[in-house]
Every structure is written in structure tokens, then in C-alpha cells.
Design a protein around this ligand. Structure first.
Ligand code: ZN
Length: 438
């Protein structure tokens, strides 16, 4: 097989243009938008999905990767991360508490993230220049209703800096990047942060994501989910249990089902302190799975119970979810929630952002925010990630030839048509091929 694909690589370069740049062969495709959960071949050309079929001839592709025994899914979409790093500000999500996206995304199959309110209208353009425009990961953003963004309590409790108008204006100015409005961390009794976020969201025609802040008797979950939020608005940290998501009787608060009936979206937002097994397990028992899975990635969640998207997806499988469910909740569902329906699917013509995942069977464990474990017998692992049709992560080098089969004195392997890892320019000054810009 290796000899065969090496021959094809050579054949394509000797005999001219291949019909496809890359072919993922024999994987189990899970594409919720197109209702596909079956073994399919996926062909890619110029960074886009070019064909999905039961059998596509490898002779038509410059490069073929054997994906048999693996899941082939749209690149995962994590709609709750914190990536406004690099400003040098201490104890701030617009600074040291954020992480650089590319170091965390591709290795877990994630190709798109949405920053959840690290910046507001006052500092969004700095965030865009510093991180969004310089990352290989597709970085989108929820604008904080606080003009200064997530810079700490002094800023985040200042009602005077929560203005709907400039927030909506900034969102509309960058509508390719700003996908929503965020309200978070508010400790006062007023509804103003939620109301102004919704007002901005209504003006800019984008959803609001709510971190419901401190638990206050004046602001009930029933009122938030029953009347304050609109259909399509997102309640994140859904399984934290910190705001009466679970009643004293051990049942889910009826406000959650009532909110879902109105079209409110429920998102995981696991984070450092927002996922409790008693809440999540009861939710699954009552048939209340999350609409979307997200990490709430930041410096104090990255190495804690949360870890990454695949760890959360695996944890939810331990709670009873099927692999197709968690893939849908990490691809097509979040794409629709942020109104980016060109993403999260493998339709012909869609950006070729793809995750190739392995389900490992064994003895695993998944902790919650309090450090309590749920045992599981499956774990999802990322084998390969494509961003805009190019390999950006390859755990077991499945896109590579065995070195013993290569000619003596071989140098850089790969081709800029499908490879964004290896330096392909020969000789001195070799640099990795950049992925196609956003
Ligand atoms: Zn967060």
C-alpha cells in the first residue's frame, strides 16, 4: 500500500495534474448536516471538499491517506475559549489567563474557535491584530458587552461600560469575525448586563452567550431562560450546578426544559469550575443532552479536569452519549449556533477543515470540577487534523511514507498542496507552508 501511494505521488508529479490534492480513504464519516454516518471517501481540492463518495479512485489524488478504522468528521468547533493572550496584563482574560489557540486546537481536532468575550468593543481590534489575524486556527469572537472586555472584576462589574450601541457597531464592522455578544462574571443583582447584551445582539442580529455570573435571588434562572433570552441565545456552563440547574430534589430545574422549548441553546463551557457530574449525569438521565460542547479553555482549565474538546466528548460518552451525538454537538450544532453554516459540515464546496479521530477502548476516567471521577471505557483521540485542506497535525504520521521506502539521502517530504507541517522549500531557509488564509 505504501509502495502504491508512493508510486501515485510520483506518478501525479511526473504525469501532470491530479484531480484532487488529497484523499481520505475508507474512514467512517460523521456529517450531521448531510445525515451521513457511514464509510465514505473524502476528496479535497484547493482547500475545499471536492467529493464525498462510497469509493473514490486513489489514482485521481496527488496524496491518499488511509483513514480506515477511524472517524472522519468536520473540524471541531469550540465556541467557548479564551485566547486573547500576549498583552502582558496579569490576572486578565485579555492577557495572561488566555492561551495561544494553535497550541491547543489542532492536536484535538479543533479547527475553529470562538473567543468568549475576552475583548469588548474598546479592545477587540487589538485582539484581532494580535491573535485573530495571526493564527492558523480560525478564530471568531463573542464581543463582551463590557467595552473593556474580561479584564477583571473592576471592569466587569462596571455597568457604565456596558453599552449596546458601540458593541453592536463593532460587531457589524467585523461581521465576518464577530459571531455573538457575551455577558459574564457579573456579581450585582441587576439585569442590565443581560438586557444590554441582548439589545446589542438584536441590533447586530447575532446571538448572546450568557455566563450567568454570581447566583443572585433577584436574577433567577427561570426568568433568564423563560423571558430574558431570545431563541438562539446560548446558556453556557449549563452543567455547573452553581445557579440552581439542579433542584434540591436532585432533578433538573424545570427552567432548563422550558428554556429549550423557547429555543434557548445549552452549551457545556466546562472550564475550571463549570462541570459537575451530579448535574451532567442527571441531565443525561432525563434526556437533556447539551446542544453544543465547548471547553472554556484558559490557563486554569487547560491542565485540569477539562483538558480539551475530545476529553469532554469522551466524558459525555461515559455519561451515555453516542459518538455520533458528541460529534454533532462539536461540529454542526455549534456552527448553526454561531450562524456559520458553511462550517461544521463536509458538503462539497465547504472549507476542508477536517478531524480524523480514533475511538480507543479501555479503562479511562473523567473528572469534574470538584475532582470527582466518572469511569469510562472509551476515549476519543485525534489522529489527524486538516485546516483548509492541509495537514496541520498528524499524531502517528499517517500521512507519511516509511523512511526505509524512500530514496537514500531523502530530504523534505510533503507537498504544499496538502501539507502545512513540513518545510517544503528545499535547502536553507526552508519554512512550513502557511495554510490558506481565513
Ligand atoms: Zn469562559
Amino acid at each position: 500500500m505504501r509502495v502504491c501511494s508512493l508510486f501515485l505521488l510520483t506518478a501525479a508529479s511526473v504525469f501532470g495534474q491530479a484531480q484532487y490534492d488529497l484523499l481520505l480513504k475508507g474512514g467512517h464519516v460523521v456529517d450531521a448536516k448531510n445525515n451521513v454516518s457511514a464509510v465514505r471517501d473524502v476528496a479535497i481540492l484547493d482547500g475545499k471538499i471536492a467529493a464525498v463518495d462510497a469509493r473514490i479512485d486513489p489514482a485521481k489524488a496527488l496524496k491518499t491517506i488511509d483513514a480506515s478504522g477511524l472517524y472522519v468528521t468536520p473540524g471541531l468547533i469550540d465556541i467557548h475559549v479564551h485566547v486573547y493572550t500576549g498583552t502582558g496584563e496579569k490576572n486578565s482574560y485579555a492577557g495572561d489567563l488566555s492561551v495561544a489557540p494553535d497550541g491547543f486546537t489542532f492536536r484535538s481536532g479543533v479547527t475553529t474557535v470562538a473567543d468568549a468575550g475576552c475583548s469588548g468593543w474598546r479592545n477587540f481590534e487589538d485582539f484581532k491584530d494580535r491573535i485573530i489575524d495571526r493564527s492558523k486556527t480560525r478564530v471568531l469572537a463573542f464581543l463582551n458587552i463590557v467595552g473593556n472586555g474580561m479584564r477583571g472584576g473592576r471592569f466587569e462589574n462596571n455597568l457604565e461600560d456596558m453599552e449596546a450601541k458601540p458593541t453592536a457597531e463593532m460587531a457589524l464592522k467585523y461581521k465576518d469575525t464577530v459571531v455573538g455578544v457575551k455577558t459574564a462574571h457579573y456579581t450585582g443583582p441587576e439585569w442590565a448586563p443581560v438586557e444590554r447584551a441582548v439589545e446589542a445582539g438584536r441590533t447586530a442580529k447575532i446571538p448572546v452567550m450568557v455566563d450567568f455570573g454570581s447566583d443572585k435571588p433577584e436574577r433567577t434562572l427561570a426568568e433568564l431562560l423563560g423571558s430574558k433570552l431570545r431563541s438562539g441565545d446560548i446558556y453556557t456552563h449549563a452543567f455547573s450546578g452553581l445557579r440552581h440547574e439542579l433542584g434540591d430534589d436532585g432533578k433538573l430545574n424545570a427552567a432548563l426544559a422550558a428554556g429549550r422549548k423557547r429555543g434557548v441553546i445549552f452549551d457545556v463551557g466546562f472550564g475550571g469550575g463549570s462541570f459537575s457530574w451530579p448535574v451532567a449525569a442527571e441531565a443525561y438521565k432525563e434526556g437533556f443532552a447539551p446542544d453544543s460542547i465547548s471547553t472554556d479553555l484558559h490557563t486554569s482549565s487547560m491542565n485540569a479536569a477539562m483538558k480539551d474538546m475530545l476529553n469532554i466528548m469522551s466524558a459525555l460518552m461515559a455519561a451515555g452519549a453516542k459518538v455520533d451525538d458528541v460529534i454533532r454537538q462539536a461540529t454542526w450544532n455549534p456552527a448553526r449556533e454561531i450562524q456559520r453554516t458553511e462550517l461544521g459540515n463536509l458538503s462539497v464546496g465547504a472549507p476542508a477543515d477536517v478531524a480524523v479521530l480514533r475511538v480507543e477502548n479501555g479503562s479511562f476516567g473523567y473528572a469534574d470540577m470538584y475532582g470527582a471521577r466518572m469511569k469510562g471505557d472509551k476515549r476519543l483521540v485525534c489522529e489527524l487534523t486538516l485546516r483548509a485542506g492541509k495537514v496541520v497535525y498528524d499524531l502517528n504520521a499517517i500521512s507519511r511514507e516509511d523512511w526505509k521506502t524512500l530514496p537514500k539521502g531523502y530530504r523534505y517530504q510533503g507537498d504544499p498542496k496538502w501539507d502545512s507541517i513540513s518545510p517544503v522549500r528545499r535547502g536553507r531557509g526552508a519554512v512550513p507552508t502557511p495554510v490558506v488564509p481565513k
